[in-house]
Design a binder for this molecule. Structure first.
Ligand code: B16
Ligand code: MG
Length: 219
């Protein structure tokens, strides 16, 4: 039998579109501080940790704050963000996600999550896809943010696959760079003009035929 391959999924922007909820929660903080925060600004926060996201927003408004104040905003932001997730269910899975997971499981491949989010587990539970994952690596497990490859290296290790047998699905530039630095195959999900460093790119999973997955499995 051929060696199993490792398929590593980013969460936000690949499995679910939580960026819209992150945006709403950060916007409340930004508004209260009179900092202009647009959807374009929100792009800067994709794949970035919660702590770093707050720093970016404060830098946008040239606002300086004590550590204590920052901690308070971080708690407030997360509570607000979690309130948007309360009603989350499988209807929030991005197009094609379920079919890809099913195809990989039907073909006995290994699946991991590689996300910067500390809220990853409840999102996988709510959308009903937790049982598909052989390993979960999230913001609670890493100390270095993407483009550092740490999150994907840990995921590959847990799946017991070599970097050359690991395939990473990512929607952020930093995530694609992290996969490339880790010597893995990067597959951009989204706009190929933004994700041009990826080895392969698809607008979303519905554009990725099973032929492509078959090729990766048999590589
Ligand atoms: P949390 P990903 C990332 O998820 C988001 O893209 C990013 O916007 C967010 O700040 C980060 O998770 C941390 O999320 O506040 O839930 O810990 O794309 O790496 O799956
Ligand atoms: Mg992402």
């Amino acid at each position: 039998m051929k060696k199993k391959k490792g398929f590593i999924f980013d969460l936000d922007g690949v499995i679910v579109d939580t960026a819209k909820y992150h945006y709403l929660a950060w916007k409340k903080i930004a508004d209260s501080l009179n900092i202009e925060f647009t959807h374009e600004h929100n792009e800067l926060l994709k794949g970035v940790s919660r702590v770093r996201s707050l720093d970016i927003i404060l830098e946008l408004g040239d606002v300086h704050a004590t550590q204590e104040q920052k901690e308070q905003w971080l708690v407030q932001k997360n509570e607000d963000y979690l309130s948007y997730l309360v009603d989350m269910d499988k209807s929030e899975l991005l197009p094609g996600v379920h079919s890809v997971l099913n195809y990989l499981k039907d073909n006995e491949q290994l699946i991991a999550l590689g996300s910067a989010s500390k809220n990853a587990r409840p999102i996988l539970e709510k959308t009903g896809i937790l049982p598909y994952f052989d390993a979960i690596v999230d913001g609670n497990d890493v100390s270095n943010a993407k483009p550092d490859p740490e999150v994907f290296l840990i995921a590959a290790k847990l799946l017991n696959v070599a970097a050359k047998d690991a395939f990473v699905f990512e929607d952020s530039v930093a995530g694609i760079q992290a996969a490339n630095i880790g010597n893995m195959t990067s597959i951009g999900i989204g706009d190929d003009s933004i994700l041009h460093e990826a080895h392969h790119n698809f607008k979303d999973f519905t554009f990725m035929g099973t032929e492509f997955l078959k090729e990766l499995i048999e590589k």
